[in-house]
Ligand binder design. Structure first.
Ligand SMILES: [Mn+2]
Length: 408
């Protein structure tokens, strides 16, 4: 059959004749007489029942189910992708025809629960010699269930809900710099109430005042990379922990350290690298903290296995410790040549093994930090229970380490 381009005039006429009760073949004949278009009976009948002119619709139809509401003259097609196509006749003004809410309601959809994907209203008038013509539309819409859109502003507001601006007055500036190393806290296994004394001790160390505080978040802040299950980033099954509670406790602990640091130093920075337990969850956690403390500079890139930073003539590379551990000194020199060249004290800070170990490797201080985390069932079973459970804070002068504070 010849490919006939249907105009709205043709469609309206077919609909009109259909309403008058003419058969499809009679309508096809009339269209030929009036417009000279050659439509098959089947094409007319398809259009009357579906609102489609193309035979491609017949193929599409196979993947859909159809419901006819004869009383309302509405036809609903439920598409395979979950959207619905509704065809009906509506009496409305041209303004209403442009109002998606009105059209949705006219089709019987709740406009708060559905969104229009496509909308087509074909205008035609119906009337007799005795009365004014009525504006009618053959209306076809495709709708999908409304999805609540993710709103970044709402999330930020939620993160900020309890934040009081920190009043910074008379910051006690010192001459030295403090590095607070936080590796492998494993919140979930570690509980906030186990760290109350640690927070007090860290507060007392901070009171001295520093020209800068660097907080290293060296990975595995959270025991699980997931919220609904307890697994590492590589899906190793772990003893179950409550991750929402863990998140709140990590927020309290690290948030308190940040707030105390802001009171005793004009410059506070957080340096975060991925651990093997919580690659994604730690990234999101630190991301949230960075929104909460805009006055703190955060270095938090996704999938950062290592980073380096410096102040004065001190250069520090940070890595969780599970990857490329032995090559870290030369990786430091090769990947961060400027920091390497400007530093007189060079250090690689790592964790992962939950036990402190400090080695001088050709002048690079390889410092593997322990953790205040208690032993978990896995460590107890394997006898990994003997390291000191401590945190360490390092005080630096312009070009060397001056003191190590033990917090346990
Ligand atoms: Mn680890």
């Amino acid at each position: 059959m010849a490919n006939i381009k249907w105009t709205d005039e043709h469609k309206n006429r077919v609909t009109e004749l259909g309403k008058q009760g003419l058969s499809s073949s009679k309508i096809a004949q009339k269209l030929f007489d009036e417009f000279g278009v050659n439509l098959s009976r089947r094409t007319v009948s398809r259009y009357l029942s579906t609102g489609h002119t193309s035979s491609r619709y017949d193929k599409l139809k196979k993947n859909t189910s159809k419901v006819k509401d004869v009383k309302r003259g509405t036809e609903i097609v439920i598409n395979q992708d979950g959207s619905q196509t509704s065809i009906t006749r509506i009496q409305m003004t041209s303004e209403q025809a442009k109002d998606p809410d009105f059209v949705l309601r006219a089709h019987g959809f709740d406009s708060t629960k559905w969104d229009i994907i496509s909308l087509k209203n074909n205008f035609w008038q119906m009337g007799s010699k005795d009365s004014d013509p009525v504006d009618l539309y053959q209306s076809k819409i495709t709708v999908k269930p409304r999805v609540v859109k993710f709103n970044v502003d709402d999330l930020i507001e939620a993160l900020n809900r309890n934040v009081k601006p920190i009043e910074v007055k008379n910051i006690q500036q010192g001459e030295t710099s403090l590095v607070i190393s936080l590796f492998d806290l494993h919140f979930g296994i570690t509980k906030l109430n186990m760290l109350k004394s640690h927070i007090n001790q860290i507060g007392n160390i901070l009171k001295k005042g520093y020209k800068r505080v660097e907080i290293i978040v060296g990975g595995d802040v959270l025991h699980s990379d997931f919220i609904t299950k307890t697994q590492t980033a590589s899906n190793t099954q772990l003893d179950h922990v409550k991750t929402i509670k863990a998140l709140n406790e990590a927020e309290s602990f690290i948030g308190t350290i940040i707030e105390m640091s802001l009171q005793y130093s004009p410059t506070v920075e957080v340096k975060a690298v991925s651990g093997n337990h919580d690659t994604d969850s730690q990234y999101l956690f630190i991301w949230g903290m960075s929104k909460k403390y805009p006055q703190v500079e955060f270095d938090n890139e996704l999938n950062t296995e290592r980073l380096a930073f410096s102040f004065d003539k001190v250069g520090i590379m940070v890595a969780h410790g599970n990857l490329a551990l032995k090559r870290l000194p030369m990786l430091f020199a090769n990947e961060y040549p400027d920091i390497w060249a400007h530093s007189k004290y060079r250090m690689v800070a790592s964790g992962h093994f939950h036990t402190e170990k400090k080695t001088d490797v050709d002048g690079v201080m390889m410092w593997q930090f322990g953790t205040a985390k208690p032993n978990d069932p896995y460590e107890k079973a394997n006898g990994y229970t003997m390291g000191r459970k401590h945190l360490q804070l390092l005080e630096f002068g312009k070009e060397r380490l001056l003191a190590t504070y033990e917090v346990e």
